[in-house]
Design a protein around this ligand. Structure first.
Ligand code: SIN
Length: 311
């Protein structure tokens, strides 16, 4: 039995006649209607469906991640459950997938999917994506891979998948096939009821240092720097970053470009007390840092956890 959990997104979207210009509202259509529209349901095994949220995923919060995690844990614990499929908006799908990947132990398959076209589009992609996700969650080979994502006929592992294009059915990509994915569950033992604030600060020509002071002053316990190139820290940021460290704020040096930011390669991370993002893009490095801080880690133990997640 596959347990289907719906959270909203374009896959449940419908045209918004009031807004015009082809605009639509995400998260409108209930999960029962999405199941009814799935092609060839006879080709998939039995499933249960539950509506847990009805959001446009740009509005998803860390509290929503925890609600999705709780619903997923409940589903996985049901002896009748062979796998879980989660319907989600595509905009932050990779963040929820990565959060669940770090929080769930290696067990039954958990597959996220969404759609690039709303449910009432004449060639909606949601029904085929839903069927593909259910079929993947039923496959024994999907066990032990951690959280997976299916879009447009292709499956991906949660660690490497990104929404790389803002439109088009082929919006998602990963440098590795899903078969290479491995379950992680690094923070599966963490019983968090809330997550600490961690902000992402973008680096760009002329980026002002007072954004760092604003984040720290607003209660951020960690900062992920989405810097240029190989994680190059603007010289003008150094005083504010050092002040943040004196306040105990954890700082992760990452890049807005793809690739690996390694410790002490392009900055004195050891001397400054900074961590590095490895090959995690800033939104995923942020989640790893949030979980590390929620677990009460600091110093070398936090560094080790981030390295284990970021490689
Ligand atoms: C959303 O992320 O909820 C809206 C966009 C989408 O699902 O493609």
């Amino acid at each position: 039995m596959i347990h289907l959990l719906a959270t909203g997104g374009t896959i449940a979207g419908e045209a918004d006649p009031e807004a015009g210009h082809g605009r639509y509202r995400a998260g409108v259509r209930p999960v029962e209607a999405l199941v009814a529209a799935m092609p060839g349901p006879a080709n998939a095994g039995p499933l249960t469906a539950r509506q847990i949220l009805a959001l446009d995923s740009k509005d998803m919060t860390p509290a929503d991640w925890l609600a999705i995690l709780a619903a997923t844990r409940t589903a996985v614990a049901d002896p009748s459950c062979d796998g879980v499929v989660i319907l989600h908006g595509t905009d932050t799908l990779e963040e929820t997938a990565w959060f669940l990947h770090l929080m769930l132990p290696a067990s039954k398959p958990v597959v996220l999917t969404g759609a690039m076209r709303p449910a009432d589009h004449p060639t909606a992609d949601g029904p085929a994506n839903l069927l593909a996700a259910v079929r993947l969650a039923e496959r024994p080979e999907a066990r032990g891979k951690g959280v997976l994502v299916v879009m447009n006929g292709t499956a991906f592992g949660a660690r490497r998948v990104v929404k790389a294009r803002c439109s088009g059915l082929d919006a998602f990509e990963s440098p590795e096939p899903w078969q290479a994915a491995r379950a992680d569950g690094h923070f599966a033992g963490l019983a968090a009821t809330e997550l600490p604030r961690v902000d992402i600060l973008p680096g760009y020509a002329g980026a002002p240092a007072d954004l760092i002071d604003a984040s720290v002053g607003s209660g951020a316990r960690g900062l992920v720097l989405a810097l240029c190139g190989n994680g190059s820290v603007p010289t003008a940021w150094l005083p504010a970053l050092r002040a943040a460290r004196r306040h105990g704020v954890a700082i992760v040096r990452g890049s807005r470009a793809a690739g690996r930011v390694a410790p002490d390669t392009n900055a004195d991370d050891s001397g400054e007390g900074w961590f590095t993002a490895g090959d995690l893009p800033p939104p995923k490095a942020r989640i790893a840092l949030m979980l590390g801080l929620a677990a009460g880690l600091s110093g070398d133990s936090l560094r080790s956890a981030l390295l284990a997640c970021g490689g």
